[in-house]
Design a protein around this ligand. Sequence first.
Ligand SMILES: [Zn+2]
Length: 307
Amino acid sequence: MGFCLYLLTLLLLLCLCTAQWCYQKQSCADTCEDPSRWAVQFPRCGGLHQSPINIVTRKVQVNSSLPPFSFIGHTDIINITVKNNGHYAHFGLPPSVRLTGGGLPGHYRASQFHFHWGGSGRPGSEHTIDGERFPMELHIVHIKEPYRSLAEAERDTAGIALLAFLFEETAEDHPHLGTVIAALGRVKHNGSNTVIPNFRLSDVIPAAEDLRSYYHYVGSMTTPGCEQAVDWTVFHRMLSISSRQLEAIVEQCQFWTGQPMTDIYRPTQPLDGRVVYRSKSGAPQKSAAHAWISAFSALLVIVTLMH
Ligand SMILES: [Zn+2]
């Protein structure tokens, strides 16, 4: 009887372990699947429209029908629950935070946000631009209305809208990341959670008028099961973070294996014929200035002709 129980426990543990996935640097040998083997347990991870990707700027196509986004509830003061799910830290958002525009087919409600980061001194964004990896990446996950859960939305090819913000390292601290860093310090272990009171999403991300420039493509969730149901937006505008804040972030949490939670990003996936678009106002700032000068020159010509 005792031996049977022992055998049963051993089998259960084995099942639990093999069903787990991990990141490349977790090196848990035979007990979990790293990204190159995710598709063994989660077949969709081997699909053709996977994320993240490397964005090759000279191959990006301008799509003039991609409008700006409209943010709803981003300035509301909310309480958010932060949870360490063993793979990353998850920041729950209330359904009052919503999103439309940006070429999305409808209204989407926010579900959660999370970050992808590297290790001490190592960059850890998921998307790369012309092969460059950035220090950190913020993902805000939205579910298409009227779906009520991620599981429901994942069955629709445009069921999920993911907004991605890349970070650049600056000398100054980001003024509003302090509460996020402190919360990470309270969810060190797998399963632990905490609350950030009086949080405002607009403190972390810029206003919609500063986010008219973006890349857009169709892809997948970047963690198993890698559902191909995601409308991706990667903004040109980067968020700032100081090296001091980056160091504090990567040191805070632990994976479900007890190892330090570092290098939490999936390697970039093949594009497989997909096209990455950019919004028309996605041109670099100097081009905007150039357009202004052109308009001014045209005006001068008209005035000269009139005289
Ligand atoms: Zn993510």
